[in-house]
Every structure is written in structure tokens, then in C-alpha cells.
Design a protein around this ligand. Sequence first.
Ligand code: FNR
Length: 349
Amino acid sequence: MRWIDTLEAAAAEKLPEAVHRYYRQGSAGGTSVGEATAAWASYRFRPRVLRDVSTIDMSTTVLGTPVNAPVLVAPSTMQRMADPDGEIAMATGVGAAGSVLGVSSNAGTSFADLGETGVPWWLQIYVVRNRTITERMLDAAVPGGARAIVLTVDTPVVGRKEDDGQTVWELAQPGQWLKNLPEGEWSDDDLDKADDLSPDVIGWIADRTGLPVVVKGVLRGDDAKRCADAGAAAVIVSNHGGRQLDGSIATAQALPEVAEALAGTSTEVYVDGGIRRGEHILAALALGARAVFVGRPALWALTVGGSTGVTRLLTDLGDELSHTLRLSGCARPGDLTPDLVIPGEPGLL
Ligand code: FNR
């Protein structure tokens, strides 16, 4: 059995039930979270043969930052419940693997402390109803060394999770999350997500921070184009790990349309959701993603093995990608092209 496949069960042994449920669950009926991995697995490959694959080079850049492999860590909340050092442990693990960390705006670690790690990190934000709060977060991220702002756009309201019993919010201690908000100066209403945004918000963030803006949560080619036209440096094809509109199409299914809409532009395309194996990464790169993000596996790895667990997860996935590149007849991600992949089961793709 792969170590990666043991992680969730091992994490469940260590975590309070409410935290494990919070990490794993999707919204509403759980359709999208349930389909995500199967959609990647439904692709079929048309490997090339008689190519020199003696040397595999997986290194690439994301918005100019070099990474050892195109496998990054998605932003997620409540990391201090997985490991007492939370985002710092996650960052240390990511740094040792030569990757990039997405940091949730709800993080339980100050941006200044994250900056001290020296690990490349991108701040994910929600624009909230009280714009001053968003501004203060953006303003704190810049001196903290964030290299990009990841604007999550699939959350005009938070998707309903069907909880049963104690929730993670009841368990959370002050300081375990929302560490970057000025204490006592905000109410729950202030943090309601803004539901009246337009693509103009992309330029507003870029101007305020001087950083590239990555739009997270795009599932359609026309929206990807609107983001690029408004100045987005990248988009992440994402359905938020199946935690927003349940029944949203799998990202494996959405990626080709988005990649096609942005072909020939300088806007980079990334994807997340259900990516668990080298073959899934291979398909994503062939279909036009420059890199993939993993969400839950990083939380499980952090729970089970702390920072070294995160490093192992990323290196294991990189090793699997290297192996599948060789089997596909491609020596580097840049050799992958869409003709390498065809949809498999018509039911899913
Ligand atoms: C998330 N995700 C998320 N996304 C975001 O933009 N801001 C956030 O604060 C969070 N928080 C969060 C918490 C937890 C527990 C999970 C599981 C996910 C979504 C995340 O960035 C990513 O889109 C998905 O997790 C990717 O899917 P996989 O890899 O988990 O299947």
C-alpha cells in the first residue's frame, strides 16, 4: 500500500472526530467531493514510445518562483489542529521539498512569522463585507513576504457542510485561526463574504499590493478569460475541494476548457481537487495545467508526520510524477501535450 493511501486513516486516529470530519467533508450531499479523484482516474493515456527518457527534469516555475516539481500545497484553514505549529510546520515541510505554500486568510500564524521561514508562500484571501479587514490583511501580507495573492472567488457565501454533533468551530481556541485579524476589532458580520464582486477586484488587489493575483475557483473558459482580461496572473481551476456548490463539475472536466480559453496568453493555469497520484498530475499537466495543488493530503500528512510528513508527501508525489513521465515517453512537463490524454468513461467526463 502506498504511504499516501495510509494517511487519512492514520490522521483519523490522531484527530478529534470534528476536525477529521471538517477536513474530509464536502458541502451538501457530497457529490463533487466524491467524484473528484474518479474524474482524474477516468482519463486514458496515449503514451509515446522510443523517446529518450533517461533524464527526467520536473523543475519549473510558478509566477517566476522555481519549484522542484509542479506540485504545490493548497491553502486550508485550521492547520493548528493538525499540528501545534500549524502553518509554520506546513511551510517548513513545503520548503524542504522545494515547493510553494498557499496560506489561508484564516491562518493561525502571523504573516510575519511565515515570512521568517523564508519559504515561498502565497496569501489566499476572501474579500469580506468589511473591506477594511481585507485591506489590512493585504497590507500585512506584503511585508510578510507573500509572493502572490490568491483570490478565492467561489465563495460568495460559504457552502453548507452537514455537521452532526460537535463542529470544528466549537473546538477552535482563540489564536488557532484568524491570527492576522486585529483582535477585538471585528464582528462575525464583518467577515461575511462579499457577494457583489466583479473582475475589477483583481486590479484593486494588484494595485494595492504590487503582487500578482491568482484567481482561485474558476470552472469555465469564459470566466477564465474575464479574469485574464482584468489582469489575473494565473487562475486555479478549483471547486474548493467540493466544499462550495455541490454538483459543480469535476476540475478534471473543467480544466481543458479553461486551458483552451487562456492558450496564448501569459496567464498561468493551475488546478486542484482530488489529485492523489502521479497519473492524475500527468493528466493535469498534459491538459494544460502548469502545476497542481493538493489540499487534504497535505493536512493528513501534517497530522501524521508534521513538517517531515509534508515533505514526504510532496517528494512521493514528485517521484510518482517522474515515473509516469518516463512511462509516457516525456522527459519534462513541457513535453506533455493534450493529445497524450483522452477521456475514458463517458459517464464521468
Ligand atoms: C480548504 N480549501 C480552502 N480554500 C481556500 O481558498 N481558502 C480556505 O481557507 C480553504 N480552507 C480549506 C479547508 C479545508 C479543511 C479543506 C479540505 C479545503 C480548499 C483548498 O484550497 C483546495 O481547493 C481543495 O482542498 C483541493 O482539493 P483536495 O486536494 O483537498 O481534494
